[in-house]
Ligand binder design. Sequence first.
Ligand code: FES
Length: 370
Amino acid sequence: MLSPLRTSRLGHVPVTQTLRNGAWRVVELITTPVVPADYLDVIAPLRNPTVLRARIEAVREETPNAVTLELRPGRNWQPHQPGQYVRLGVDVDGVRLWRAYSVSSAAGRSDGRFTVTVNAVTDGVVSGYLRRHARRGMIVNLDLPAGDFLLPATPPAKALFVTAGSGITPVMGMLRSSLDSLADVVVVHSARTPEDAVFGADLRALAADGRIRLIERHTGADGRLKPDELSSLVPDLFERETWACGPGTMLDDLTVHWTDAGFDDRLHVERFRPTVLVAGEGGTVTFERTGTVADAPGGTSILEAGEAAGQLMASGCRMGICYKCVLPMREGIVRDLRDGTITAVSEVDGDKVLIQTCINAAAAPCRFDA
Ligand code: FES
């Protein structure tokens, strides 16, 4: 039997490693043109050292619109801190789409898994897909945890969490991880109805146990919570270190309220961030209905790039006058080729902006509803 400490004639390479390398090269020759790593990728997709993936190991319904996915991350994963998010890459109709989801489980689970909770939003391509199709065993691509929506190392004497919709997900991760270290916690959570409240049962159970004070707002009946109402619901509002997550309008209102009171340093906000949009030169343009993906240089109109990729494009004057070429953009950044004007659309805004494709070029990856 060979000792693993013996060295080969090649110098410092152990004999066992030399044999292993040789065997691997033989396997490579046999499997050419597909390399063995490709087979391993199919058999053990979480073991690929260069591509981070996760396997969905369980799917749990939270509300009629929201599911929690139990994910087992692959090699090179780094554990998250409570409040952080991860980006998932999901293949929808042959196109890989990336979206960010807050981690909703406690940090440091002994089973190595973590959870994200996906709320299907109107026209949300990925959230709707995961809501309908996420199954045990499904593989998704994954990015490392990121984000600075975190609790401080020294817990505050009084904490307030203001959330709406799926804005509760990072806060749930914080509560599940750190509630034992927080003495005085108020949670103000808005949802359209009691049944729509993601983690409604968990929050109510914590409130029943006296671990948090829970204020629920049901916007279907009572309308959106205004900051001045918050002041009467939580009289010691500005004495509390506050974390808020939810729609942009809510966060804008809260920011103004805290700033006007001179306590903006006590407010920490997390905006939903499906993708980080940064304007550059060119990018891939995806036409989601047909699945066509065009490589669009910064100096080429989206109309021309789409046509070159085989996408059927409507057009007329091709110079920005007739508006026959407009298409709704779900997400992305475009630059007007005439004057350099930038238009950016984030899916989180829930808007689709009409873009004249004959006079705009991609300034980042763009997705069109076409
Ligand atoms: S084709 Fe006429 S405005 Fe674009």
